[in-house]
Write a protein that binds this ligand. Structure first.
Ligand code: ADP
Length: 482
């Protein structure tokens, strides 16, 4: 049930935090008293909130007694309205598909509509279930889930749930593991008995401030080089990196040193490949196939490289999804962005070039995770890679509009024109607004399945519109082609 609901598995090396887990479980039991309510797990980035939330629900009697209708995990992160809409749409879809008699309604086209759909599903079909919202940043996101259901959320911001209604409980996660637990991680990685750990182990834990993420990185290094305790301790103690931006209250020193040490032991060519991950958006999980395109390597080779990164705690894998999806922790991405600040533009344009090379005949249309990634993020990489020309030709094309709407619905598409509006306007602000107008007028049609004929829809645009011009051209081609 948990894996169906997308609850992540334990990390490769895992230590239990029984007191915290019990606190969360107790609060979850309290949610039973009312029809809905909130349990907030809050603490610093990298303190282990997500791992804790997943662990708390790995409990047979809790599930049987409180949430027999299931547990559903949603990774939230910093997202915009379009992303949020897509997330709720796919949650509703997942919930509807699991019913004995799934309904075949069209997808919700606005956040309000999606909220209503979810409210109905939770109230009528899944009244005794739990939603887990992982890493929420904005209270506006919580408002969309303010539908009298039971919610466990993880966040860095303690007061987030102030703005929603219903009973609320909270559990604080301290920023680091206690010494004993952190030492246990090192012992598990190095296959030593806790008492057999060298004296540097304690100092390492102190330097890491017990951060489970940093301890895991160092543990993975020591697993491969078990006689380097002193060396890695000295590495942690160095203050080699100066951050220009400190994007949260998190103290980066130990993390930066540990990340640098882990990257340094990679073979040269793999270090370059890891650098390519700098351009991923936070909280976005990708299938290996995207990296086959980006790195121009065979799937088997990519699999081996990813496994190496995972073993070093440089990357995490969501093994419940098929295909497996890979992601970095926010703090790791912060590090990469900081490290490769000078090359961000060229790294993004590499992504676009590799895509263009691989899909030179035709764009991907399969609707699988890989296709989804490209259709969702191609414009983002073009904008960040400063490839304005490419961005114009893509976004001022009815074919692209039709492809993206078919694969993802219109929400992301509309969002793209708003987000990249300033770049597009430099080329032609009229055409930009013509496309945007077309989407706002036809958005609800583009939600429908079977998917409508976009050329027909576009022919209803004013004759002066570029959208009309392209549609007319295509209609003529069709006619000429018989
Ligand atoms: P947060 O959600 O607070 O940002 P995570 O739960 O994602 O933090 O944890 C960050 C990383 O720390 C994990 O990917 C894992 O490597 C490590 N970690 C966290 N909790 C544990 C634990 N109980 N045992 C082992 N490693 C852990």
């Amino acid at each position: 049930m948990l894996s169906e609901g997308g609850v992540p598995q334990r990390p490769v090396v895992f230590v239990s935090r029984p007191e915290l887990v019990n606190q969360v479980r107790k609060k979850l039991y309290l949610l039973q008293k009312d029809t809905g309510g909130w349990v907030t797990v809050f603490g610093m980035a990298g303190s282990g909130k997500s791992v804790l939330a997943a662990e708390a629900v790995r409990d047979h009697s809790l599930i049987e007694e409180c949430f027999p209708n299931g547990v559903h995990w949603l990774s939230i992160g910093q997202l915009d309205k379009a992303d949020l809409l897509v997330k709720i749409q796919s949650l509703c879809f997942r919930l509807e598909q699991s019913l004995d008699s799934p309904s075949h309604q069209r997808v919700a086209s606005s956040l309000d509509e999606a909220k209503e759909r979810l409210r109905f599903l939770m109230l009528r079909r899944y009244p005794r279930s739990l939603l887990i919202l992982d890493d929420v940043w904005e209270s506006s996101v919580l408002k969309v889930f303010d539908i009298h259901c039971r919610i466990l959320l993880t966040t860095r911001n303690r007061s987030l749930a102030d703005s929603v209604s219903g009973p609320k409980y909270e559990v604080e996660v301290e920023s680091g593991l206690d010494d004993k637990k952190a030492l246990e991680i090192l012992a598990l990685y190095t296959k030593l008995n806790q008492n057999g750990l060298p004296e540097e182990a304690r100092s390492i834990v102190r330097e890491c401030k017990g951060s489970p993420l940093v301890v895991s990185l160092i543990g993975a290094l020591l697993k491969d080089k078990p006689n380097r305790w002193g060396y890695y301790l000295r590495q942690l103690q160095q203050k080699q990196f100066k951050r220009i931006r400190k994007s949260s209250s998190y103290d980066y020193d130990a993390l930066d040193q540990a990340m640098a040490a882990s990257i340094e032991v990679l073979p040269d060519e793999h270090r370059e490949l890891y650098k390519d991950l700098t351009v991923l958006e936070k909280d976005v999980k990708i299938p290996a196939k995207v990296l086959c395109v980006l790195w121009d390597l065979e799937p088997e080779e990519v699999e081996d490289i990813l496994q190496e990164f995972v073993n070093k705690s440089l990357l995490f894998v969501d093994g419940n999804s098929k295909p497996h999806l890979y992601y970095l922790h926010d703090l790791q991405l912060d590090f990469l962005v900081e490290q490769n600040r000078e090359q961000i533009e060229s790294l993004h344009s590499k992504v676009v070039r590799q895509y263009q090379h691989h899909y030179r005949e035709a764009p991907p249309t399969s609707g699988d995770e890989e296709c989804f990634y490209w259709i969702r993020f191609l414009t983002y990489h073009m904008a960040k890679g400063n490839l304005s020309q490419e961005l114009y030709s893509l976004m001022f094309s009815l074919d692209w509009v039709s492809l993206k709407a078919r694969i993802m619905g219109p929400a992301h598409l509309i969002n793209d024109y708003v987000e990249h509006g300033p770049i597009l306007d430099k080329e032609n602000s009229e055409v930009r607004s013509q496309f945007q107008e077309f989407l706002s007028l036809s958005g609800h049609h583009l939600e429908q399945r079977p998917f409508p004929d976009v050329v027909q829809l576009a022919l209803s645009q004013p004759r002066s519109s570029e959208v009309y011009r392209q549609a007319r051209q295509q209609a003529l081609n069709r006619a000429n082609g018989g």
